[in-house]
Design a protein. Structure first.
Lengths: 231, 515
């Protein structure tokens, strides 16, 4: 049995060749595409657990491809970028990527990121934890990962869902950045504050009645985040 | 068609040029003569009209003295509406004499028998003089109104033409042509103070350039009686930006002032459009440079990515551990890849910063978090080296581009790690000094010789004893450029054997008063 099905989308043939060879050797089932358009076509035809997506490609760029994939697929997305500026990283995460790796990267690092992205989700919260949320007009369907807020529905990605369930299992308690990153992304993480900023914002947009004035997912300045559940 | 000439005024004397079509001197001397002749003719015509009226009243239709007085008044009014004040006044006196001679008793003599008739005679004279004055004044008003209307029409035509000017061609030249065309002025010249150019239509006389420049520099109106020209400064916001010469008397003062305002606005509009175009070109070039650098970065990093992926995979020892000598060879490839990758990153960073193709994204940040982020970014290089961070809690926040300050700190940290022994700690700290936050980074390495301290910030400079260490020689140059973009600078203090300390200031965020 394969460790997971991965689609590589990169315009450089050598990179596709190396990735294909390395990932196959580590037990993954691998396919590749030369452009964003080809990648989207491939994703329509079969399902993948993870997409390795190059940021800088001719034609449809990586960011646009990422947004399009995110709107129709729940596969984990890892963006490969040349530029390691904060702005590019945030752009990648904002476009819906779960993680990013800066080129040139080391293979063990990439493998660790892939493993983290395909990791099982944390323990699901019980239905009783969700009742106070329902009382505030927020409905979460744990089986379909759908969230409804005042008639507006949105689907959570695996990583967003992982983050939300971790919060729900620890209501009204400040959780440090490091703890959140290690629990939801994996033990190799802990310093990537921009991940949390982007993902918490994404979650707020989906579960908060007014994302600019969060009532559930509150920031505890300099410490971390807290999920506020009305008793 | 009128020719337009453009001359750059040199600092030295200008070569005299003789005008071809117009000789203003001869025209000026002929003018008053013709005017005098016309006046004499008109006076004679008025006197002839009074004589004809008298003949008609005495010989053709004899009337009494009252009727004659009224008819003379009618004749004076006719003369006043047709002619000027001089002929109507002379005609009034002539009519009074005729009235007295032919109609007031004793008829045929310039004496008056009945004293009451003196009153009638003076009443007649006063009425005729007043009537002729009123009539002439009304006529002059009508002519003036007509002139104003003409001027307003011409100024309107000019303003429309100035609005529709083609800004891709020289504006000043077009303005001069439009003034000559719309206002029907035969000679116009425009001096531009910023370029020193003179644009002209008609006035082919080189000597006006001096007066034009003087009018602009002194910001005062100059008149050239000889050439019948008026030179007026063109001001914008009180500042003279040039001057305009045109035939004196071609426009009323008010119209001239409006014309000057129109020209000033037209020039200003053209200037601002030019500035906008230049800004747009600069923006596009900046964008192009940035795109080019991105493309270069991508092209270099892509093959490096493949190499790095292969070497790291082999070195990971999975699925088969490497033989010691294989490991050594692959390690060399791997390290060289890292070096090449760093070189490309630094070169592109330096090109981007030096080429000005970056904009500061200023934000309010705490020095402590800037330092801890930089340390986090360098985690893999720092390994287990000791780094002491000394930042007081009460430091005010700073206003900087956080991404770029991280670059400065990582380059300095990289240097400190490289140039100091592994077991010596590195200190990064910050303190408040003279209204700004000073960040310093100290190592306990070999230090930098005094004669080298001035050179280390130069591009590609490598310490004379440090050539064996890997490095691009760009780190400190990049750090300095970034700090200069913030309006700050970097300093080093070092003595051999004692280590080095690099320090730089960061501006305190507005409102971030030291507690």
């Amino acid at each position: 049995m394969s460790a997971g099905k991965i689609l590589i989308v990169d315009d450089d043939p050598q990179i596709r060749r190396v990735m294909r060879s390395t990932l196959t050797a580590h037990g993954y089932e691998v396919n590749d595409a030369r452009s964003g358009e080809e990648g989207l076509e491939e994703l329509r035809n079969s399902s993948y657990d993870l997409v390795l997506l190059d940021m800088n490609m001719p034609g449809m760029g990586g960011l646009e491809a990422c947004r399009t994939i995110r709107s129709s697929s729940e596969a984990a997305i890892i963006m490969l970028t040349v530029n390691n500026t904060e702005q590019q990283k945030v752009e990648a995460l904002d476009a819906g990527a779960d993680d990013y790796v800066t080129k040139p990267f080391s293979t063990p690092e990439l493998l660790a990121r892939i493993r983290a992205s395909l990791r099982r989700l944390p323990q699901l919260p019980g239905q009783s934890d969700l009742q106070p949320l329902a009382a505030q007009g927020v409905n979460i369907d744990l089986s379909s990962r759908e969230v409804g807020v005042h008639g507006r529905t949105a689907r959570l990605t695996a990583r967003e869902f992982g983050l939300l369930t971790y919060f729900l299992a620890r209501p009204n308690k400040t959780i440090t950045h490091r703890e959140l990153l290690q629990a939801v992304w994996g033990p190799d993480y802990g310093d990537e504050l921009e991940y949390l900023r982007v993902f918490v914002n994404r979650l707020r947009k989906k579960i908060e009645p007014d994302p600019s004035k969060p009532i559930f997912l509150v920031t505890d300045a300099w410490a971390g985040y807290r999920f506020h559940l009305p008793q | 068609m009128t020719s337009v000439r453009e001359v750059r005024v040199p600092e030295s004397a200008l070569v005299a040029r003789v005008g071809k079509q117009v000789n203003p001197d001869s025209r000026k001397s002929r003018l008053p003569l013709r005017r005098n002749l016309q006046l004499i003719l008109r006076v004679w015509a008025a006197l002839a009209f009074i004589a004809a009226t008298t003949f008609f009243l005495v010989r053709v239709v004899p009337v009494n003295d009252t009727t004659a007085g009224f008819l003379y008044l009618v004749a004076i009014l006719v003369i006043a509406t047709r002619g000027g004040l001089i002929e109507s006044t002379i005609a009034s006196f002539a009519a009074m004499l005729c009235f007295n001679f032919f109609f007031l008793p004793p008829v045929g003599a310039l004496t008056i028998a009945d004293p009451r008739n003196w009153i009638a005679l003076f009443a007649f004279l006063a009425t005729s003089l007043t009537a002729s004055q009123l009539s002439v004044r009304a006529k002059r008003r009508a002519v003036e109104a007509e002139d104003r209307r003409g001027e307003v029409e011409r100024l309107y035509a000019l303003s429309r033409a100035l609005l529709l000017m083609d800004t891709s061609h020289p504006i000043a030249k077009q303005i001069v042509q439009q003034i000559a065309l719309s206002c029907e002025i035969p000679g116009v010249a425009l001096y531009m103070r910023n370029t020193g150019e003179v644009h002209r239509v008609g006035l082919e006389d080189s000597e006006i350039e001096f007066s034009l420049r003087e009018a602009a520099v002194r910001s005062s109106v100059l008149k050239d009686q000889e050439k019948n020209l008026i030179m007026t400064p063109i001001r914008l916001g009180g500042e003279p930006i040039g001057s305009l010469a045109l035939n004196d008397g071609a426009l009323s003062d008010a119209a001239l002032q409006s014309l000057l305002n129109l020209v000033a606005i037209g020039l200003e509009r053209a200037n601002s459009q030019k500035a906008m175009t230049q800004a747009e070109v600069a923006r596009q070039s900046e964008e192009l440079k940035s795109t080019l650098l991105d493309a270069i970065a991508h092209e270099f990093k892509t093959p490096l990515t493949s190499i790095k992926a292969v070497t790291t995979d082999l070195l990971s020892g999975s699925p088969r551990p490497l033989e010691p000598h294989e490991r050594e060879l692959i390690s060399i490839v791997d390290e060289s890849t890292d070096r090449l990758s760093k070189l490309v990153s630094d070169a592109i960073q330096l090109a981007r910063i030096e080429g000005g193709s970056f904009r500061l994204q200023l934000g309010v940040h705490f020095v402590h978090s800037l330092i801890s982020t930089a340390i986090r970014q360098m985690k893999s290089v720092i390994d287990d080296r000791r780094i002491d961070v000394v930042v007081p809690d009460d430091l005010p926040p700073v206003r900087v581009d956080a991404g770029l300050i991280h670059v400065v700190l990582t380059h300095l940290l990289d240097n400190a790690l490289k140039y100091s022994p592994p077991d010596n700690p590195i200190t990064i700290g910050a303190r408040l000094s003279e209204g700004e936050v000073v960040v310093y980074l100290a190592d306990r390495g070999k230090g930098i010789a005094a004669e080298e301290q001035g050179q280390i910030f130069a591009k590609f400079y490598r310490g004379s004893n440090e050539r064996h260490l890997q490095g691009t020689g760009m780190g400190l140059a990049i750090a300095r450029e970034i700090l200069r973009a913030h309006g700050e600078d970097i300093a080093v203090s070092s003595s051999p054997g004692q280590g080095s300390e690099f320090s730089f200031g960061l501006p305190i965020a507005p409102g971030g008063i030291p507690r």
